[in-house]
Design a protein around this ligand. Structure first.
Ligand code: AMP
Length: 360
């Protein structure tokens, strides 16, 4: 395969959610076709794509069919089995980001270990495979600790606070006695994120730091660009640059950060894909995170990442989406809906970008 891919090439995406939908829309705008592979029928992404294969992520026949149709394959879903990506790589498909990035991001213990080795600070943590190990971690770090399953957790799911030794047994029960890590509390004053990109030739680009507000573990609001001390902004960029280099990454990733009272940063986690904290770029930057990811995996040069507007991004979760008609009457609001039929509680149905001029 030779890069850069010319317009007219086909890009495969594993995953059929809203991230795949917005990737497919961005790809179409610059002349690429997208084929989605997802187990879901009538998925948000497949409805705007040139083609779709409905199959399990580890269906080897389906993966091979995708590889036959596509010049490069990427993911919009973080929990695609890393072995499915490894299968594609072994048969010679171009996969970006690669299976290693997914294997790391899917296991909180491997991820935090890797981050620390790459020089990115995190909270203290310990591997927990038994109640005894949880008691040992409490003795080592003190209470409270946040117990998280190593795999499969997202949006605050699979997590429980352990506030004392008496909590250890019920907490381990709550997470299903699964392999876990225990984390020390992050003493953060606010949560931030950076969207970072790396091209095939090693060029890197970083969007401005953003501020994230969560409710019940789900991102509710992003403010972009975030106000921060110059040293904090520099540290965020440096953390993202180190991570991209350590992974040998190609594509866009989201890096979630905790900012402490003294302005220093801890890394919470990274997502090897476009990220909810980057949705503001759709209306706040010339080249948004979705086009940026498509550019990177297609071997194109990265686009500019400067903010051209201030954006308040609000996630429309569950029944929030019912207010769409109010948002379309608001002249500062740009509405993005994901085409999901059922507005279940906690489900991300869309988002709205409230756009205002950058302060001069
Ligand atoms: P996660 O699923 O790891 O991204 O965690 C979801 C949310 O839980 C984060 O955005 C934080 O608000 C909170 N959180 C996660 N880890 C910690 C920690 N070690 N200390 C305090 N809060 C945390």
């Amino acid at each position: 395969m030779s890069f850069p891919l010319a317009p007219g090439a086909t890009i495969g995406i594993l995953g059929g959610g809203q991230l795949g939908r917005m990737l497919a829309m961005a790809a179409a705008r610059i002349g690429f076709d997208v084929v989605i592979l997802t187990p879901e029928t009538n998925s948000p992404a497949a409805r705007v794509a040139a083609g779709a294969i409905v199959a399990a992520y580890d269906d080897v026949t389906a993966l091979d069919a995708l590889a036959d149709r596509c010049q490069v394959i990427t993911c919009e879903f973080e929990n695609v089995p890393a072995r499915a990506l490894a299968h594609l790589e072994q048969r010679g498909a171009m996969v970006a980001p690669d299976s290693k990035a997914f294997a790391l991001a899917q296991d909180r213990l491997a991820e935090k270990t890797f981050l620390n080795e790459a020089g990115l600070p995190t909270v203290g943590f310990a591997q927990i495979d038994s109640e005894d190990e949880l008691h040992a971690a409490l003795a080592r770090f003190g209470a409270p600790l946040l117990l998280k399953t190593r795999r499969g957790g997202y949006d605050g799911k699979g997590q429980v606070w352990v506030r004392s030794a008496d909590d250890a047994s019920p907490a381990f029960e709550t997470i299903g006695r699964r392999p876990a890590i225990a984390e020390t509390p992050a003493d953060f004053v606010r949560e931030c994120a950076v969207i970072a990109a790396r091209a095939r030739d090693g060029q890197t680009a970083f969007y401005p730091l953003t501020r994230s507000e969560h409710e019940a573990g789900i991102l509710r609001r992003t403010l972009a660009p975030a106000e921060a001390a110059p040293a904090t902004l520099a540290a965020a960029g440096e953390a993202a640059r180190r991570l991209l280099e350590a992974l040998g990454y190609v594509g866009v990733l989201g890096l979630e950060l905790f900012e402490r009272a003294n302005g220093s940063l801890l890394v919470n986690e990274f997502a090897p894909r476009v990220h909810n904290t980057g949705h503001w770029t759709l209306d706040g930057c010339v080249v948004d995170q979705f086009e940026q990811h498509i550019r990177a995996v297609a071997g194109w040069p990265l686009g500019p990442t400067d903010a051209i507007a201030r954006v308040e991004m609000l996630n429309l979760i569950g029944e929030d989406v019912g207010r769409w008609s109010e948002w379309v009457s608001d002249r500062s609001a740009r509405l993005w809906l994901y085409g999901k039929a059922e507005a279940r509680a906690g489900r991300k149905m869309g988002h709205v970008n409230l756009v205002s001029p950058l302060a001069s």
